[in-house]
Design a protein around this ligand. Sequence first.
Ligand code: ADP
Length: 388
Amino acid sequence: MKILVLNCGSSSIKYQFIDMKTGVVLTKGIVEKIGLKGSFIKNERFDGDKVKLEGEILDHQSGIEYILGLMMSQKRGVIKSLEEIDAIGHRVVHGGETFQGSCYLDDITIKGIEDCADLAPLHNPANLKGIYAMKHLLPSAPQVGVFDTSYHQTMPDYSFMYAIPYSLYKKYGIRRYGFHGTSHSYVSKRACEILKVDYQSKKIITCHLGNGASITAIKDGKSLDTSMGLTPVEGLIMEKEEIDYSSLNTLLNKHSGVLGISGISSDMREVETAAAEGDERAILSLKMYQYRVRKYIGAYAAAMGGVDLLIFTGGIGENSPDDREKICENMEFLGLEFDKKINNGVRGKELIISKKESRVTVMIVPTNEEWVIASETRDIVEQMKTVK
Ligand code: ADP
């Protein structure tokens, strides 16, 4: 089975076309600046062939047409006809309380996603544009929605409720939902697979530190708590986010986080460089960032009655040894003995970075959200076939 994974943002579309039998990503890329000046597509094929093409891409449908055209092109393509796309898996940001897991996209579930748009007004409509476009361009291919929120639907009420009038929860669904579910789920399961331990009986804390950042406490194989709330703004300090409810939200989402504090960049590498050169606000933003993560680790260890496994993932979690070291400093009281030497210089690979005698195992596990979306899509399509 070959699956096209689409992650549609407000002005971008990330895509991967995966052969599920071999696990090979046949082709992948991103369309950027949709509807803006200077739109382009960047594509990389499995054999390393890379291309960047500029062109006028006015909307999501033409962006997807561009992707499909490239996938079928003689020079850079990987398929001869669209029929070789067996299914499409869409990342959908908000599934509210409606979606407890991934789902086949038909009129009813699509309506369900539309109904959740109030909770994620910038994300869900963009995800939906991709769904509508694919329905139009490839009506015979099954489509599946995989939600950022659904993994966290296992949170108990005392964890997801806010202390606001109960009626606001009932009426508007104001509660903690949590995001990055595919990533928290993938890295925690992958770590248990590597360590050959039982997922269902471990206390795990996963730190997804990327452009967006969130931490999750996973107990008995289920999300117990997570740092992002009703919207992704709550919790950790982030590099940047792009939701736009109102000007306040623009402030929180676009001008806050590491960029807002440092005044330098939303890219952690640039902030780290500035901090190394002595820039005081860059130093402050790094300290705040690391402090928040530490605070959540402590809180979640208390919430779970201990921790067995601490996992770092996301662009920063995978690639910043310095942040990992600072976050794990002086955590011996928790039974965590960090191995600075092993951690030093490691980027982007699966590795245990705690000492052998440490009660808490600390690991780096690179995330793979596209693979989760593709696997969920395959499973649902196969289930549908057996039902038929
Ligand atoms: P997204 O959340 O959009 O998927 P990523 O998880 O890819 O983003 O994280 C991207 C971020 O990771 C970049 O903005 C950058 O700040 C950070 N990053 C990547 N490499 C490094 C590095 N070597 N050191 C510190 N930060 C890094």
